[in-house]
Write a protein that binds this ligand. Sequence first.
Ligand SMILES: NC(=O)c1ccc[n+]([C@@H]2O[C@H](COP(=O)([O-])OP(=O)(O)OC[C@H]3O[C@@H](n4cnc5c(N)ncnc54)[C@H](OP(=O)(O)O)[C@@H]3O)[C@@H](O)[C@H]2O)c1
Length: 304
Amino acid sequence: MTRALARTGPFPHRGGMTATTLPGSTFQLADDLAVTRFGYGAMQLAGPYVMGPPADHDEALRVLREAVELGITHIDTSDAYGPFITNQILKEALHPYPDSVHVVTKVGALRDPEGGWPVARSPEQLRESIHSNLDHLGLDVLDVVNLRVGGPLGPEPGSIEEAFTTLVELQREGLVRHLGVSNATAEQVAEARAIAPIVCVQNFYNIANRHDDGLIDELAADGVAYVPFFPLGGFSPLQSDVLSGVAQRLDASPMAVALAWLLRRSPNILLIPGTSSVAHLRENVAGAGLVLSDDDYAELGAIA
Ligand SMILES: NC(=O)c1ccc[n+]([C@@H]2O[C@H](COP(=O)([O-])OP(=O)(O)OC[C@H]3O[C@@H](n4cnc5c(N)ncnc54)[C@H](OP(=O)(O)O)[C@@H]3O)[C@@H](O)[C@H]2O)c1
């Protein structure tokens, strides 16, 4: 069995929580903000199709508390999940938040009653969304806010200047510490960076979907984080004979191998795998510490 846990941490906690060891190290998003590379994506805590309450509210609370207990300091969320449900559950589970925990949220889309994701990027809508996130999360200031652009099928071209400039104004007003962009083209990322510094880009990427390879390397050179959403395939879980073959050989789960591959792919990649179950959360944290050999890494890299 070729398996070893990368040693990192421990991470400081408040309230007597036990520090633990997570795969990956910490990443310095900004001078005043470091997060664990292994984070948690909270979207799965809402109901089916990211609408309404979860089937098991208590399990949702347990997942969040376990994530913090395991040492995770980066939790990704949005008021659009539920809508509002995920942020409300986060507040219920963790407020007052341990000093170590940093919640990253996003604005730029709302939800309609049919489950659609209508664009909401006017200055008025963005301002309202920031206040709504603050309220639902129970915070006075948001650590990181991503401007979600594009549409349900992915990034769409077009200027984001007005929307991003609005977030910069909200940042100057002290409601937001750091900014990022999500679901964005490389051109939109460059446009945002020309207006103000960003600390992260959150786009669709995983071992089988590698369209952002160039962007990841570019951001890595500048110390900007790349945070892949759907790291496990999202609504279409990753399926690949190569992934399954390597996982079997290493006596690991395909999910673990997919996460370990991302951690090795670039030091600026931060993980936010989603799950609604404590068992899967623990499995993912334990599994992603898998160290891939050069041969395994190269074989997996050919999946895309
Ligand atoms: N910026 C954007 O536009 C955008 C879009 C989508 C998502 N996101 C963010 O990205 C995060 C991650 O995306 P995601 O949660 O949709 O997708 P994901 O992390 O790729 O996959 C989550 C799915 O994998 C399953 N899963 C997790 N661990 C597993 C395990 N060990 N074994 C088997 N199944 C497992 C989960 O089911 P269980 O619940 O049963 O574990 C869930 O169905 C989200 O939480 C959200 O914060 C952002």
